[in-house]
Ligand binder design. Structure first.
Ligand SMILES: [Zn+2]
Length: 266
């Protein structure tokens, strides 16, 4: 049975491979590994570093679903240095490179979004254009896209669903990272929900979702987020309560549908 953490970062300066070993020892088999903005604005460097990390993680025997991210918060840093227009251009280029890498089979998804904090009107509008650009790339490549946004409400999902239709992205290709456990009876936006204990009662009401830790592997902030064993533990709890069918959906059927991959665990 595959067991996927749908959003994890790893850092060679953090726990790194030890974190992967912890994940595996708890029963984890697959990681959607999201690149970190280690070199702000330099996406060639970010993604080539990421591919190296992916390789060393795979050598441990875990299956990696590489995700190439252009983090929405980079716009604030890049704008200070280059101005908002140039920042927008750089991030769009970064997303194009991310899409190209997926097209070449080096990853399964790209990641974009918009700032989750207060920004100026100009930065907000540029961010919306960057996100729309990212959605179009995902559509052209035919891949999934994880989105990092402000905390989502019913209203956010409605808006994302409208964007999905406008751009022409297939159902379930947009993944809301760090999603609240809100039902998706009215849209086709995949929820990636945090594997925290308080979410158990809520997720058992859902038909499908993905599950993540958003483990950041930051040596300066150990324990800032959920640890690498959290998704396996969350899954064990679901099994203990008798939700075998739901576990099959969230770790096998739904990830296969979203990412277009074969979730084999051998
Ligand atoms: Zn993240």
């Amino acid at each position: 049975m595959p067991l996927l953490d749908n959003h994890m970062h790893l850092d060679p300066k953090g726990k790194f491979l030890e974190a992967v070993k912890e994940f595996m020892s708890a029963g984890g088999t697959h990681i959607a590994l999201v690149s970190k903005p280690a070199a702000v604005g330099d996406y060639e460097k970010q993604f080539s570093e990421h591919l190296k990390i992916v390789k060393s993680v795979e050598e441990l025997g875990v299956k990696v679903l590489p995700v190439f991210a252009v983090h929405p918060a980079e716009i604030s840093i890049l704008t200070k240095e280059y101005g908002v227009e140039r920042a927008e251009e750089m991030m769009k280029k970064g997303l194009e490179l991310a899409g190209k890498l997926v097209e070449e089979g080096k990853g399964v998804a790209i990641k974009s979004g918009r700032p989750h904090y207060e920004v100026s009107q100009r930065i907000w509008e540029a961010s919306l254009r960057i996100m729309e650009h990212a959605l179009k790339i995902a559509k052209d490549v035919g891949c999934a896209i994880q989105l990092h946004t402000e905390s989502a409400t019913e209203e956010t999902f409605k808006e994302l669903e409208e964007m999905r239709k406008r751009v022409g992205l297939k159902e379930w290709k947009i993944i809301k990272h760090f999603s609240p456990p809100i039902s998706n009876s009215k849209d086709f936006i995949a929820r990636s929900i945090l594997a925290s204990k308080r979410n158990i009662e809520k997720v058992i009401q859902l038909q499908r979702f993905l599950i993540e830790t958003d483990y950041i592997d930051d040596p300066k902030r150990p324990g800032a987020v959920l640890g690498p064993k959290s998704v396996p533990r969350f899954t064990q709890e679901l099994l203990k309560r008798g939700y075998e069918d739901l576990v099959y959906v969230i770790h096998k059927e739904f990830p296969e549908n979203v990412y277009g991959v074969d979730m084999k665990d051998d």
